[in-house]
Design a protein around this ligand. Sequence first.
Ligand code: 6MZ
Length: 345
Amino acid sequence: MDLDTFCREMPKIELHAHLNGSLSRSTMVSLQRYLADLGVKDKTNAFIEKFQMSSGDSKTLSDVFPLFKIAQELTSVPESLAMATAMTMQEFEEDGCCYIELRSTPRETSHMTHKQYIETIVQTMKNDKFSIIPCFIISINRSSPKNEVEMITDLAIEYHKKYPDLVVGIELSGNPAVGKFSHFLPALTRSREAGLKVTLHCGEIPNPQEVTEMLKFRPDRIGHGVCIHPNHGGNEEIWQLLCKSQIPVEVCLTSNVNTKSTLSYGSHHFKELYNANVPIVICTDDKGVFATSLSQEYRICAETIGIDPSKLVRLSLRACDYIFSDDKKKNVRDKILNFINKNAL
Ligand code: 6MZ
């Protein structure tokens, strides 16, 4: 089996994918047509071309945040949000992903409330036409005002109580140059006490003080962790804190390269994490914006970092330990073990 086929056929787990950053071009075009038929005006027509961000352009991390508004405009009515969720899950399924924790930030639009936003995603995920197992992580944006953060937290807790196996976590994301982690501590603490798992975008830009506060909070996972190792804008103290904590890191190779948070795949902090035995999960982040897929991220890991197929599949297997839904772990692990046995890996 060639590497491409191997990476596609290997059962994989996606733990860090933002819905509106994951929309493929074909999904965006379908949504646009759907909205046009509904008679909903959207201004994205001229902008879909600008949705992607590659390593070869001059854009950096701060340029990515305005791009999400293009996709968000297309998911501003419940029907198109449901379509976007279903089409994105379908694309992950076709790429060999057997379990996904899709995340999204509830928004109020002129067509729906925050609650309807959550309800729409939940009802779409409950539809059993998928073989991929979906879970939902509710996102909080670092730019949101306190009252919105508290309201989204209340909804996350309410929906976790109602659908404990589906609404499994809460996360903090958005432009890391905006807002302070300490402002979100009460909401995140409340969520954790109510049984939600917590993951935080951590160290996407150099900020050792915030990384320290985040790691001391002991989230269940962190996203990115770019600027923690001393070679990547962190320092020995926070690096040791991460190593000792054994908090799993959701690694997003192409996202970090395309936003220029990392110079190249070869110099990505994956190597330091892997060599220090810090738990790692390979993820896509925003497969639409960065024109990638989960199988492509595994292939890149093999080709540029030198992880061979038998180690790649063990990375996927190990990721089972870090999923937020306890009850789905066994099912997902069995799928990966079957693949290992079938291919004598
Ligand atoms: C931080 C990011 C992100 O929630 O509307 N998001 N936050 N760092 C990143 N690295 C590139 N990529 C995406 O999806 C889009 C939202 O996800 C967060 C941002 O808050 C963005 O607005 P949803 O589905």
